[in-house]
Design a protein around this ligand. Structure first.
Ligand code: CAA
Ligand code: NAD
Length: 282
């Protein structure tokens, strides 16, 4: 595989584009507006700068990586890709629309992968005429740092598609782990109930935000407490995942905490909006 297209230049899309370009691939990065794309490229440049500052790469290497990323607000730019990795908003209808469009634009052998946190790969595949070439390629945040790619097989995903995505994950310096297609896969089926429970503990006044995070950091050796992690992931993303779990399993144990719903209603989305359980400088 040579030509990679990443769709969505937000938290995850810019990290996937960064990592693919740093692994030597030519990357097309697509989002809905030029302003968002500019912000994505500047985020990638400043994240690469961390390595320059630490003497792990030269400014020339940083520029060469950024130079391998072609940004475009035209979905047609995905046409020549070997694989498209979708990282747009966690919304079933938006993803289904996009997969149907990509099916029309790209070559039939092109793999259509989704970075979804929870949505059914089988449903996305059914929006295309190539369900055997559709797969989940679930990177973790921050992508340049976290080594896991959860690779999700839809009901129709072929062994060949699985193998090619497994190889690509390794070429990107990641460790792929195979998972079947059920709501939230493994990562978020296990992670989100913990985050939701931490939000319930705050909502019920069991402890302060700092105390809840402190218990999990110092007591369980988590690198971030669950409320800090929720802000880092995005509260809208957390809520969308919990809704998929709740609806997918029909089990009230996944019901999102009303405090999470209220914060998302207020536009308090965590780090990306400047306010979540904590406050951040924009
Ligand atoms: N891009 C590039 N490099 C980055 C980076 C980024 N966005 N963020 C951090 N780094 C690098 C730093 O430069 C540093 O590099 P060196 O080791 O070379 O010095 C290294 O990562 C560690 O960073 P820091 O020293 O700044 O900070 P830290 O030690 O506190 O680590 C962290 C930061 C890696 C984010 C750590 O806090 C952590 O692991 N947090 C938990 C993250 C996590 O759980 N992610 C999964 C979320 S769930 C998900 O992604 C799935 C889903 O569907 C919701
Ligand atoms: P985000 O809100 O930061 O970014 C989403 C981007 O997609 C935005 O820039 C938006 O303009 C763009 N977009 C929306 N619709 C589009 C379309 N039709 N075409 C092109 N671009 C479009 O979201 P994110 O946190 O990067 O999440 C993206 C995906 O990755 C979601 O499916 C999410 O569940 C998943 N994910 C998120 C995390 C996380 O920690 N945030 C981790 C793993 C996976």
């Amino acid at each position: 595989m040579k030509a990679i297209t990443v769709i969505g230049g937000g938290t995850m899309g810019n990290g996937i584009a960064h990592t693919a370009a740093a692994s030597g691939f030519d990357v097309t990065l697509i989002d809905v507006s030029e302003a968002i794309l500019q912000r994505a490229v500047s985020t990638i440049t400043s994240n690469l700068q961390r390595g320059v500052d630490k003497g792990k790469m030269t400014a020339g290497e940083r520029d060469a990586i950024v130079g391998r990323i072609r940004a475009s607000s035209d979905l047609g730019a995905a046409a020549g890709s070997d694989i498209v990795i979708e990282a747009i908003v966690e919304n079933l209808d938006a993803k289904i629309r996009l997969f149907a469009e990509l099916d029309a634009i790209t070559r039939p052998e092109c793999i259509l992968a989704s970075n979804t946190s929870s949505i059914s790969i089988t449903k996305l595949a059914a929006a295309t005429k190539r369900p055997e070439n559709v797969i989940g390629m679930h990177f973790m945040n921050p992508v340049p740092v976290m080594t896991l790619v959860e690779v999700i097989r839809g009901i129709a995903t072929s062994d060949d598609t699985y193998r090619r995505v497994e190889d690509l994950s390794k070429q990107m310096g990641k460790t792929p782990i195979e998972v079947n297609d059920y709501p939230g896969f493994i990562s978020n089926r296990v992670l989100m109930p913990m985050i939701n429970e931490a939000i319930f503990a705050l909502y019920e006044g069991v402890a302060t935000r700092e105390a809840i995070d402190g218990v999990m950091k110092l007591g369980m050796n988590h690198p971030m407490g669950p409320l800090t992690l929720a802000d880092f992931i995005g509260l809208d993303v957390c809520l969308a995942i919990l809704r998929v779990l709740e609806q997918g399993f029909g089990d009230p144990k996944y019901r999102p905490c009303p405090l999470l719903v209220k914060m998302v209603d207020a536009g308090w989305l965590g780090r990306k909006s400047g306010r979540g359980f904590y406050e951040y400088r924009k």
